[in-house]
Ligand binder design. Structure first.
Ligand code: ADP
Ligand code: F6P
Length: 456
């Protein structure tokens, strides 16, 4: 059998402690490749004056990591542009934020062609290629144009949007047609898979057969839901290790008997942070008895900072958290501790464990690994409660969490209050069910199921 070649825009070598880039994709792929010697190819994150296609190849922890530098114009048109100003907002149901410019599409096509040029010489005849996420939808088409006959799969880490939203994208047909150069299309959820099927049937006038194969644009691709999992054993080990333990003790001392609510997110408008702050404010407003007894620690790592929508959400969160703190703080209590730094994974595990509530309320999210990390980090004898948005992909698998509609401020506030008051027996019961499922559907199971379907 050939090697597994993983391709993604962002490459984060395995073994990284997490003090570099953050995001579910990098965390999961680092784990998925660790036990599967292979190649991980993508953008170095660096730009050069003129594109050369020069590969930088390193061996890291049994994995060959190969990257190319891009040009400044690529970063603007492909990464900041088509990927993060056109597709990301649209696929997260923010048509209002989605901007379409021809130069973005051109940059997107150019970078996918560049990736294909750089990758093709690395591929042996028996290798199988697994392409990740919305940055690289046309990559298979480019690889096929260069003569590659290998099995090529695609996995989308973000939601696939409802058809009526997708058709607002001027080049939606070309984008979807390009997916049919893959052998396998994987989505995070049944919801996304269903939305894709709907597009195929209604917009592309194609069909889905009994085997789950989609036929459209004169070609066929197998489709299915492959919900991404967490590197559970490693995360549990991290949560029980010395760094997490020290962080846990430090947090316990600093909470001073108060209940901590934790939020951990990339600073992204899809994560629903403003609504989350407002729901928490509602709790403080309605429940005088909870004031000074709880606090919210929101860790939000700046992300995609050159894109205006991200600058705007950052400014809004600064303002809203400041306003709430100004309104409710006392001399020895700050209701929201708002932190913009990146944590090591083991530190993060200790922080999660010290929190009574994990508050995960994205307005739309492909999966959301933070929800799973929060559960995995808990003390089995005294676990906290997960309050989870129904619009996170994770909600399809985590029914024992307190599921809330993040657009309904009162419902999120009720979830918080219910979680704070939940008896230990119920917390243990819910957590045990969540944890059993996390173990059964971990990142290795995800990888194996996907790869089996791709090869099979
Ligand atoms: P997304 O892929 O949209 O960022 P996920 O919740 O799936 O969302 O994944 C986020 C990942 O990034 C998680 O593994 C989380 O632990 C990590 N992460 C987010 N914020 C931070 C932070 N401030 N420090 C360290 N890791 C973080
Ligand atoms: O998981 C979704 C995702 O968009 C990944 O593709 C990406 O690597 C991650 O979030 C973080 O975003 P970025 O790579 O733009 O920092």
């Amino acid at each position: 059998m050939g090697r597994l070649i993983v391709v993604s825009n962002r490459v984060q070598p395995p073994g990284d402690t997490g003090d570099g880039a953050v995001g579910g994709l990098a965390m999961a792929l680092a784990a998925a490749l660790r036990e599967h010697s292979g190649v991980w190819f993508g953008w170095s994150g660096q730009t050069v004056d003129e594109y050369t296609g020069q590969l930088s190849v390193q061996r890291i922890g049994g994995v060959t990591v190969a990257t190319v530098d891009l040009e400044e114009q690529d970063r603007l048109e492909y990464y900041n542009g088509y990927a993060n100003r056109t597709l990301w907002p649209l696929f997260h149901y923010r048509v209002d934020l989605s901007a379409y410019e021809r130069t973005f599409s051109e940059g997107y096509a150019r970078v996918n062609a560049r990736f294909a040029d750089a990758l093709t010489p690395l591929v042996g005849p028996d290798d199988f290629i697994w392409v990740h996420d919305y940055h690289l939808i046309p990559l298979a088409r480019e690889l096929r144009a260069r003569g590659l006959k290998n099995r090529i799969g695609f996995f989308l880490h973000i939601p696939w949007p409802a058809r009526r939203l997708l058709i607002t994208l001027p080049d939606h047909r070309e984008l979807v047609a390009a997916l049919f150069d893959y052998d396998l299309l994987g989505f995070q959820t049944e919801d996304s898979t269903g939305a894709f099927r709907d597009y195929v049937r209604t917009e592309a006038e194609g069909s889905i057969d009994d085997e789950g194969v989609a036929h459209a644009f004169g070609r066929s691709a197998r489709i299915g839901a492959f919900p991404i999992g967490l590197d559970v054993e490693n995360f549990v080990a991290a949560a029980e290790g010395p760094v997490a333990q020290a962080e846990y003790e430090r947090m316990r001392a600093s909470v001073n008997g108060r209940d901590m609510i934790i939020g951990v997110d990339r600073l992204d408008y899809s994560k629903g942070l403003e609504d989350r702050f407002l729901a928490y404010e509602q709790v403080l407003h309605d429940h005088e008895e909870l004031r000074e007894k709880v606090f919210l620690l929101q860790i939000a790592t700046p992300s995609r900072e050159e894109v205006v929508a991200y600058q705007e959400i950052r400014a809004r969160l600064d303002a809203v958290s400041g306003r709430i703190n100004g309104a409710f703080a006392t001399v020895d209590w700050v209701p929201i501790r708002y932190v913009n730094r990146t944590y090591r994974r083991d530190e993060l595990a200790g922080v999660y464990r010290a929190a009574r509530i994990g508050l995960v309320t994205p307005l739309r999210d492909g999966m959301n690994l933070v929800a799973k990390e929060y559960v995995a980090a808990q003390d089995p004898k005294d676990p906290g409660v997960l309050v989870l948005s129904q619009f996170a992909g994770a909600s399809e698998q985590m029914a024992e969490a307190l599921i809330v509609n993040p657009f309904d401020r009162a419902a999120v506030a009720e979830g918080i209050v219910k979680g704070l008051g939940m008896e230990r027996a119920e917390r243990i019961e819910r957590w045990t069910a969540l944890m059993d499922n996390l173990r059964k559907t971990d990142v290795i199971a995800w990888r194996d199921a996907y790869v089996a379907a791709l090869i099979g």
